[in-house]
Write a protein that binds this ligand. Structure first.
Ligand SMILES: C[S@@+](CC[C@H](N)C(=O)[O-])C[C@H]1O[C@@H](n2cnc3c(N)ncnc32)[C@H](O)[C@@H]1O
Length: 172
């Protein structure tokens, strides 16, 4: 099993990030200096708010601790489902967003390689932030295609983001 698909891999990363102190939570998903991280967050926020209509429903594929939900505009008011294979990330996301209404915005444990459950049906957008390149690199293209096929089945449109500062996001 590729390590990227194991909860233990993400638990180690999360524990290390939490140990390294304030403003380091992002190290659980990407290690870079804080100022660079904030530039990246601003860029992702701008792309998300340009592309995702406030009434569009969203599935956040590989949501980790729910970073993307925090970047959607305060005017955004539709259904959000964050999916991740790491129970530690899902628990943390639920804690970080505990003040939000649970009926519209949910984080659940799941594997993007199999989205046959009813709860994954019919989203306007799938947001895929920094998952595609990492899966391709660490698990291979075949594994990625399995995931992409599943995502295309449950969402009408796909928004890809990566952590490269030059990345402008791509829409399919
Ligand atoms: C680099 S992080 C990106 C996190 C988040 N999308 C963001 O940009 O803030 C990759 C995430 O994808 C999740 N992931 C990787 N493969 C997955 C799979 N097959 N099913 C569900 N989640 C997966 C990992 O657990 C991890 O949280």
């Amino acid at each position: 099993m590729p390590r990227i698909f194991t909860p233990e891999y993400w638990r180690d990363r999360l524990e290390r990030a939490l140990r390294s102190g304030r403003n380091c939570l992002h190290h659980s998903i990407y290690v870079c200096p804080v100022d660079r991280w904030f530039r990246l967050e601003n860029k992702h926020r701008a792309i998300l708010n340009r592309v995702i209509h406030p009434k569009a429903s969203v599935i956040d594929c590989g949501c980790s601790y729910g970073r993307i939900l925090g970047l959607l505009t305060p005017q955004w008011e539709s259904k959000y489902l964050g999916v991740d294979l790491s129970p530690d990330f899902i628990e943390l996301a639920n804690r970080l967003y505990s003040n939000r209404p649970k009926d519209a915005q949910q984080f659940i444990l799941g594997d993007l390689r199999d989205l046959h459950d009813q709860q994954y049906k019919e989203f306007d957008w799938a947001i895929i932030s920094s998952v595609r390149l990492q899966v391709k690199r660490e698990a291979g293209s075949e594994e990625w295609w399995k995931i992409e096929r599943e995502i295309r089945r449950v969402a009408k449109r796909l928004l890809y983001l990566e952590y490269d500062e030059r990345d402008e996001g791509s829409v399919e």
